[in-house]
Design a binder for this molecule. Structure first.
Ligand SMILES: NC(=O)c1ccc[n+]([C@@H]2O[C@H](COP(=O)([O-])OP(=O)(O)OC[C@H]3O[C@@H](n4cnc5c(N)ncnc54)[C@H](O)[C@@H]3O)[C@@H](O)[C@H]2O)c1
Length: 279
């Protein structure tokens, strides 16, 4: 989607939870030029508070308080298992805000119930957001207005690309695909490095080759008009090395196993909605 540029001078953003995801988004917002004075964070852990204050020069508090009432947007960046408790601590102060949750699994109806407002949008980002190359999927409850959606877009576009979903259940699939996806990529990179060193390359050489191959192949898949299976066929000479590797993977059912793993991730997202979102 094309980034929108609209006025953000009245925007005040409160982050509830100041860990990995909040830091990625805050970094993007500051880079885009949002003044640090328009951002505040509630973060109970002293070490993390010190890190945030030092890195971003933003206001960080240990507990939720009346200063949260300034927030036009509250970004919920706590773990699914602590969301409910955090909501209880903050809800009295954030009634006027639009709410954006990045928590996996916790459904928007649950969030609306905990926060006492229907103006809720859910997002599923991923960690490449840290370098402005994130992928985020968004779902808005019907009560979120067009202006609310735009306010959310202004925030997530600073971390990379985004798309809107029509059905909330699709967020669990997104969590399994792009939310958890960076971990799958790192896992394959790890395997390629290990195999490369087994075969006599240095770790540095194997890492450079593996990471460069992922980056190059991803860029090619992005730019090419052909689908990935055509690009794969172009690498696979008949009776050659790639054919040997792919045949070995097919025989071991790697693709099916990998797809099964993604289904497990989606299932877990749904279970977390039940487990941590129970009334
Ligand atoms: N890390 C990822 O790859 C990723 C991707 C997509 C979505 N998410 C979602 O983002 C959310 C945050 O994940 P993260 O990786 O940033 O976790 P994190 O542990 O780095 O950050 C969570 C922060 O919340 C703080 N916290 C705990 N209790 C709190 C409370 N009561 N009030 C305010 N803050 C509190 C913690 O101290 C911690 O710093 C999760 O719900 C996760 O599902 C994470």
């Amino acid at each position: 989607m094309t980034p929108q540029t609209t006025d953000s001078s009245n925007q005040h953003i409160a982050f509830i939870g100041g860990g990995n995801m909040a830091s990625a988004i805050i970094g993007g917002l500051l880079k885009r030029g949002l003044p640090a004075s328009q951002i505040q964070v509630v973060e109970p852990f002293a070490e993390q508070r010190a890190r945030l204050a030092q890195q971003f020069q933003i206001e960080v508090s240990e507990t939720a308080g009346a200063s949260l009432a300034r927030a036009t947007l509250a970004v919920w960046a706590v773990k699914p298992q602590t969301f409910r408790q955090a909501a209880e601590q903050s809800r009295a102060h954030t009634q006027a805000a639009l709410h954006l949750s990045v928590a996996a699994g916790i459904r928007s109806s649950t969030i609306a119930g905990w926060l006492g407002t229907e103006r809720v949008v859910r997002a599923m980002p991923n960690t490449p957001a840290l370098i402005g190359q994130g992928m985020t999927a968004l779902f808005a409850r019907p009560a979120a207005s067009a202006a609310d959606r735009l306010a959310v877009e202004r925030v997530v576009q600073t971390t990379g690309q985004y798309l809107w979903l029509d059905e909330e259940a699709q967020l669990d699939a997104v969590t399994a695909l792009s939310g958890s996806g960076p971990a799958y990529v790192f896992y394959f990179i790890e395997a390629m490095i290990e195999a490369g060193t087994d075969m006599g390359l240095s770790r540095e050489q194997a890492q450079q080759l593996a990471v460069g191959t992922f980056a190059g192949a991803s860029a090619l898949a992005h730019e090419a008009t052909e689908p990935p299976e055509v690009l794969r066929a172009r690498v696979t000479s008949k009776g050659g090395t790639t054919y040997a590797a792919l045949t070995s993977m097919e025989q071991d059912g790697i693709k099916e196993k990998f797809m099964q793993a993604m289904h497990a991730a989606r299932q877990r997202a749904s279970e977390m909605g039940d487990e941590f979102g129970a009334a």
